[in-house]
Design a protein around this ligand. Structure first.
Ligand SMILES: Nc1ncnc2c1ncn2[C@@H]1O[C@H](COP(=O)(O)OP(=O)(O)OP(=O)(O)O)[C@@H](O)[C@H]1O
Ligand SMILES: [Mg+2]
Length: 263
């Protein structure tokens, strides 16, 4: 299968992100769920041919999940010894790879300050578990992603946010969306794809008017919807991928109206 890439008619998104990596700046990708943040990071990593380590944040994220942990191993002489297994942050630093920190605003505010030295000009960390001073190799870069305002997220600590340059990643639309649907779903009926794009435009308008929440029609949902549309009527595909995820009856009704209008 051909590897799909992040695309956007606004080329500043991808171009600025690659330029920021060359400048060794930390990038904060900000945008709603399913807007292509992870895809963008993966595409950047492939383009500059630098592998990427990933950390998924949650309230349980602790120093061990970032830096690594001690464990007992049997060495070649059959003796047991305590060794430290490097975690994603230290691996990325030592190997000069990209570190992708997903949902950075889900982590407890006290966990991330251990990364402050890694994230500023020092690019250095003293491993609290071993005392080792780790210096990042050339090529090391940090990309983080946030969905602002979602349940479970916290406002990002200012000192942390201050260390990043922000790139806003919004949902794509129009022909770009059509290309993504063609490349990443099973659907290849041009007529139906253009009606899905039009339907999606109507949803965006309703979002702007405050009638439905922004993530109702994420690109992820639209890809699911397009796949389902190859095996069931479009109305039911929309029901399963968009409408039934909403809890508010008025939002559901607004989308049903848009379905009736477009299909
Ligand atoms: N601009 C885009 N170009 C190519 N693919 C895209 C684009 N936007 C979204 N997609 C596709 O939509 C799906 C969701 O994208 P992705 O997982 O990158 O979203 P995300 O912003 O990381 O979401 P989350 O915040 O939930 O992690 C993927 O299948 C991805 O390939
Ligand atoms: Mg993601």
């Amino acid at each position: 299968m051909v590897k799909t890439q992040y695309i956007n008619s606004d080329e500043t998104i991808f171009n600025d992100a690659s330029a920021l990596l060359r400048l060794n700046k930390n990038i904060l990708l900000k945008g709603p769920t399913g807007s292509g943040k992870t895809k963008l990071a993966e595409t950047l990593s492939e383009t500059i041919e630098t592998p990427m380590y990933q950390v998924n944040c949650s309230v349980d994220l602790d120093a061990e999940s970032l830096l690594g942990f001690k464990t007992i191993q049997t060495n070649s002489e059959g003796q047991q010894e305590i060794v430290f297994i490097d975690g994603p942050v230290i691996k990325a630093m030592k190997e000069g790879h990209i570190l992708y920190i997903d949902e950075i605003n889900m982590a407890k505010p006290e966990t991330l300050p251990i990364l402050n030295g890694v994230l500023d000009y020092r690019r250095k960390l003293t491993n609290p578990f071993t005392g080792e001073v780790v210096k990042a190799e050339p090529g090391f870069n940090v990309i983080a992603a946030i969905n602002e305002g979602y349940i479970g997220t916290l406002p990002m600590n200012e000192a942390l946010k201050n260390r990043f340059v922000v790139i806003q990643v919004d949902y794509i639309d129009g022909d770009t969306l059509g290309n993504v649907i063609k490349e990443q779903s099973q659907l290849d009926d041009d007529n139906l794809i253009s009606r899905i794009i039009k339907f999606n435009e109507d949803l965006r308008t309703m979002t702007k008017q405050g009638q439905i929440s922004e993530e109702a029609a994420s690109i992820r949902a639209l890809i699911d919807l397009s796949d389902l549309a190859t095996i069931m009527p479009i109305e039911r595909a929309i029901q399963r991928t968009i409408i039934d995820k909403l809890e508010d009856e008025r939002e559901q009704q607004a989308i049903i109206n848009a379905v009736e209008l477009n299909f």
